[in-house]
Design a protein around this ligand. Structure first.
Ligand code: FAD
Ligand code: SF4
Length: 499
């Protein structure tokens, strides 16, 4: 029997399960494929294509040095190069690590090949699907906080025996400071492109299918060594101050104290446990502030694992959920950045330039707007999936459909993340340079985040009343005069007609 391994673009780790399963065999045939048809599903950010293809080509080199017999193909589809390679190498069993993304598993299952296909359970996450399902089944609420604490105990992270280090599980309250005064943000760890990356940039530039975003300057890391450099850089320069301004947004500050690790974690160049352990080690050795360290570890050990677990736990039709029945189309400015709403303009043009925005920009500006303006969840999900450097199906469904848009009716979040301009004004400096007035709810200068916010609460009052945590906010609707409410409804409707 000859076993061959197909390594997918987000499985770039020498210890990934399919490669590990062949350690007994010498010169294992391995194939990596850039499919030109696969990238036509949506207009992906050009830098995402460069990152993926360059990282795949670098990984192929790494495997060759480890004596794997590597074939690298650029082809229209996956099936043709696979068939040729299977024939040439007389492969009788093709092994693939189970994809993180369910649509890709379907693609693999639909292939008609000359050999058997064996899916090897994925080892890129700390919790396997079975382990997560065991944790989740039988619970009334799938609370992230419960899951996170279980993870801390299970992996003994920031623990003193069975108690959390410092006595508290969660120090989030210390991590919501608004950006006041001059913030001395650290520079970002970026990289120059090497020959391989320059070749890929030329290839992406020559694609004829629709793509999105600026391709240059391309500054992302493209191999494990560079990803480790980013991790080290983050720990030395950003982690000590990661906590306090985690939710703050400042014009011209694209990354603040954020880690920029998701692009690498999501393609296997970094593994979650090595990131968590490196951060934990720095905490003990350098006596870093616990709010920053715990705040970061919660993201990777908690949120990331939880989102992945939920994705595989929920029904297959989760991606079609639309609890509020929102049907407005995605406005064009999501693609062009051309809007007078300064917060959206700043973030959208940043995404166009880099493929990146940090969590609060994604949650409290981009998806918040989509939620309160009633945009179709599926078109919003498609947009996020296309434009972000770190977007994959597993991370999209739960973050966009669930957390951002509450289209799952509360499987994941305990209330919708809906906010008016008040929040954006408090947590950013965007409103200072905006044509709209963040205090006004109706009228020519009123900020659209305001009339949409109140219109959203009013439109969905009945549904929202069933969400316990919303009752306090809904009481504020009652304080509004019927005339003002009517003007708000009208202005929200008119906005859609005009845009
Ligand atoms: P930091 O905040 O500096 O680091 C935290 C790390 O924790 C991240 O690198 C990431 O790996 C992990 N993490 C934290 N929260 C989440 C989460 N909710 N889901 C998954 N991982 C998490 N994350 C993606 O990886 N890809 C996406 O396409 C993506 N889209 C998002 C869309 C929306 C609407 C929202 C609300 C969140 C999205 N996230 C996504 C989660 C989160 O915003 C990003 O992981 C984070 O901004 C990545 O930047 P960073 O590495 O600098 O983050
Ligand atoms: Fe955004 Fe409104 Fe503030 Fe303008 S006023 S930046 S649109 S929140």
């Amino acid at each position: 029997m000859t076993i061959g391994v197909w390594v997918l673009g987000d499985q770039l780790w020498v210890k990934q399960a399919a490669l590990q399963s062949c350690l007994h065999q010498e010169n294992v045939p391995v194939i990596l494929i850039e499919s030109l048809r696969h990238v036509q599903v949506r207009p992906y950010h050009r830098q995402k294509l460069v990152l993926l293809w360059s990282a795949m080509r670098h990984f192929a080199q790494e495997l060759r040095q480890l004596k794997y017999s590597v074939t690298y193909k650029i082809a229209e589809d996956f099936e043709t190069p696979l068939q040729e390679w299977i024939k040439e190498n007389q492969i009788t069993q093709l092994r693939v690590m189970t994809p993180n993304d369910l649509p890709f598993t379907q693609i693999i299952q639909s292939l008609e090949l000359l050999c058997t296909i064996t899916l090897i359970p994925n080892n890129h996450f700390l919790w396997s699907t079975e382990e997560f399902n065991n944790w989740a089944s039988g619970r009334k609420r799938l609370l992230m906080e419960d899951f996170y604490r279980e993870g801390r105990r299970r992996f003994q992270i920031l623990m003193e025996k069975d108690k959390p280090v410092g006595g508290k599980w969660n120090l989030d309250k210390e991590n919501r400071q608004p950006p006041k005064g001059k913030l001395n943000t650290p520079p970002t760890q970026w990289f120059e492109s090497d020959e391989i990356t320059l070749d890929v940039i030329a290839q992406v530039n020559s694609l004829t299918c629709p793509t999105y975003g600026e391709i240059k300057p391309f500054r992302w890391g493209i191999n494990r060594q560079q990803a480790l450099q980013v991790l080290d850089w983050f720990i030395q320069n950003r982690l000590p101050h990661f906590g306090p301004y985690q939710d703050a947004m400042v014009t011209g500050e694209e990354t603040m104290w954020h880690a920029l690790l998701s692009p690498y974690l999501n393609i296997g160049l970094l593994q979650p446990m090595e990131v968590i352990q490196a951060v934990q080690q720095a905490y003990f050795q350098q006596q870093l502030p616990l709010n920053s360290v715990e705040g970061f570890i919660r993201q990777v050990l908690g949120w990331r694992e939880y989102m992945h677990g939920i994705y595989h736990y929920v029904d297959a039709d989760y991606s079609n959920k639309n609890w509020f029945n929102h049907t407005q189309p995605l406005p064009d400015f999501f693609w062009t950045g051309r809007t007078e709403m300064n917060c959206l303009h700043q973030i959208l043009t940043q995404v166009e330039r880099t493929g990146y925005a940090h969590h609060i920009q994604r949650l409290m500006v981009l998806s918040n707007f989509a939620l309160i303006a009633g945009l179709s969840p599926q078109s919003v999900e498609n947009w996020f999936h296309a434009v972000f450097i770190d977007a994959y199906d597993w991370v999209m469904q739960t973050n966009v459909i669930g957390m951002g848009l509450f289209a799952d009716g509360g499987v994941l979040a305990s209330k919708p993340y809906a906010a008016s301009a008040n929040y954006i004004n408090k947590m950013s400096d965007y409103c200072k340079s905006c044509v709209y007035n963040h205090k006004e709810r109706v009228g020519e200068n009123a900020c659209p985040f305001n009339f949409f916010y109140w219109d959203f609460l009013d439109r969905h009052r009945q549904q929202l009343e069933s969400q316990g945590r919303m009752s306090f906010i809904l009481k504020n609707l009652d304080k509004m005069s019927p005339e003002e409410l009517q003007s708000i409804r009208q202005q929200a409707q008119d906005w859609h007609v005009q845009s």
